[in-house]
Design a protein around this ligand. Sequence first.
Ligand code: F6P
Length: 477
Amino acid sequence: MKRIGILTAGGDTPALNATIQGAVVRANQLKVEIFGLIKGFNSLFNPRVPHVHLNPLYQEIPEIDPTKGGTLIGSSRDFVDPEKKEDLDLIVSRLQQLGIEGLICVGGDGTLNGLQPLAERLPTVLAPKTIDNDLGMNYPSEPDEWARVNDSSVKAGYRYKQTTSRAVFDLEHLVNYVTPGYATAVFVSASGVERIRTTAESHRRIAIIEVMGRHSGYIALGSAYGRPDIILVPEHPLDLEHLVERVKQTYDLQKNVVIVCGEGIVDEQGRELGAEIKTTDPSGNVTLSGASEALRAKLIQMIGDRYFQLYRRGESAREAIFTRKVGHTQRGGRPILFDRFYAAQLGAKAVELLIEGRNNAVSILQYNSKKGFHVEGYDANRFRDRWGLIHARHMHPELYDPKLMKPSRLGIEYLMPIFTDAIGEDDMEHMRQTLFAHGNLTQPYHSINTDVNKRIRYFEAPRSAPAKREAEEVLAK
Ligand code: F6P
């Protein structure tokens, strides 16, 4: 293989540039050219295929900076519909015209779903990313647990339901222990929790902090490092009575409560608490909005004003209980050391997979107590259920203690290897040196997009001899 392509698909994470750099470093060593495709699959729907040569003369371009969040080659939520065979053929023929012999998609479960039809046409592998940490499996047999149940309310007439597991859950059997981006998202959410705490303490308030993660509670679980009193995750239906009891107990004791809730938390009937609104996201993902607001409304109603007035801690429940979303700050900014280091390794492994002749494969990050973290190659089809679908991983229920509303002992065991040395000294030093640099006040922000734009090249179809002559004549005039 002489030339490969790389694209970053779906929602960004802070570790994407690190993955790209890992891939480029390995490509340089193996003397393979690597082209970055602009804005994920969007570039391949464009006949001009905007792209950047990331390693001219096998040297990485200076814009590649693994300490910068986002992705220098841009991302979009465009995706390849496996049913649209003509689109797929077109995409692959565009890649071939560019001389690209293999493709690395840096993506999550959505991208992995679309991998096989691409791999049938061109060697394609995936390097994982997602702050939600939902790309992976709790154990290798998990896909076999999915069943179709009839449901006339949905277009297909059925939906997927995970049946009761017969597997023993063991942290060392997790497939893809953690995805790049997750550690930084937790770093941001845990720091947010710490900051909200002191204001809740001062003003005797109850804070509900909503973190991202869609239907996965991993970010909420990790936010335990910020020491909230209560954590609510989507994998465990909310027990409101129990919650109110715990809130009151804690408030009676310390005059403030900090609750973290995942954006996808559900009630006892399994209905999402936050309203679900359809986004313009072409892959049909839904954005969950308002879990914290919905929870606040319930607490206001169930605790009532009198409770706060009695203690002279506020006029009303409405005043005492407030919400904050950590939001997209979880997805942006400098990635912490853990993310940078392993993202780079996963990018490098993806290149190796292609060069070794693997196709329809994923580079994954494994952990066990003997070897620590290490990267491996994994067959993408092993993620598929019997109908060929890949499901987002849910945080295993054993990682959470629904009584304490905190990580369980096993949950703590899960988190520790990731976070114990996750922050580099350089991460802190970087902040010390750059945040209050006086140049920040005088110079406008210089976007990476401006620099990369100068390097973008477009595919030009070879012209027929008369058309070429005509073009030359026009130019000569
Ligand atoms: O999948 C990553 C994620 O950040 C989710 O946690 C969140 O629900 C979603 O993306 C938000 O998407 P968008 O940036 O399109 O609003």
